[in-house]
Write a protein that binds this ligand. Sequence first.
Ligand SMILES: *Cc1c(COP(=O)(O)O)cnc(C)c1O
Length: 369
Amino acid sequence: MARRTEVVVDLDRIRHNIHYLKTRIDARCAVMAVVKADGYGHGAIPVARAAVDAGAAWLGVALAEEGEELRRAGIRVPILVLGTSTPEQMELAVRQRLDITVYTPDHLATLRTICHRVGRFARVHLKLDTGMGRIGLEAEQLDDAWLASFRVPELEWVGVFTHFATSDAAEPEGTRRQLARFLSALNFLRGRASLPPQIHAANSAALLRYPGTHFTLVRAGLAIYGLKPFIDAEGLLPALSWRSQVVFVKTVPAGFAVGYGHTYVTKQPQKLLAVPVGYADGYRRAWSNSSFVAIRGFRYPVVGRISMDQLTVAVPVEDPVVVGDVVTLLGADGLVMVSAEELADGMDSISYEVVTGIGKRVPRRYQGN
Ligand SMILES: *Cc1c(COP(=O)(O)O)cnc(C)c1O
């Protein structure tokens, strides 16, 4: 490590997670590995390669630019852009043979123009809003006029999909209601002999909880990284570890104040350790005086305010911690663990925000193939 702070991603664990998810779905159902936001902070290209190698037939991204990055890395499987694309992003998607999410007549009109200019057809997935209340055509508005606008030679209608708002919650009612609305839209399409080949709805939580949502394809993000979409999810192995090193140790007396604002004062003599990671690396200031790190198989508290580039850890005087010891900020160390879920709780958020928040200046290293 040049810098003493790094993220290590175990690609064998990504593979394990894909294999595990495949045991939870029907053999005819495919997995889309969602690698938006640089693979949830893990690195989109290495994760995508490992996921495809382990049997993910599809990839999902939020932006056409993210899909382009994968295509430039030589990845050839179908890639769906899950978010809304501007006309420029639609053109990029058509050129890079990315599948595009559409849900307004404008999207279709823009795409047809682009297809004529580029000399290619476009692959599209219709997004239905069944209760997420975000992007998508309100499911009940799908009608014959819509179908007619899809039946044009420039467009290859590949899929229809929806997204759940509450599949990670204990309460199943919200997902049931969304599923019912989705099923009636599918019935309408079936009645018109217009079902596209791909039908998809499930994210990680729905994949693990609701087999009735699997259809032909499941879109798994969080779970492929081994993070739990709900507390009692099993079988997943977290792939990411975030580590640094002790760069300075000093023993201080009781009454010693630490860091900006002097928010921590020692109650007895302690060893204070300096660790070169801070909020500019994504180690949130909100974790000041509340998070833990692991060193030599023990958990120790982060004390005082977390600064931009460093933090302080307090250790009992008798514990044999020295400069150069590995500090696990996130991940396992011997028998102890610092989980993304616990860090998320400490910032009133979810594990997604913890891992996607690890900064660009933290180098990523890969284990496994
Ligand atoms: C991000 C995303 C997913 C993946 O969700 P996870 O909860 O991470 O599995 C699936 N579908 C859509 C539309 C998304 O935007």
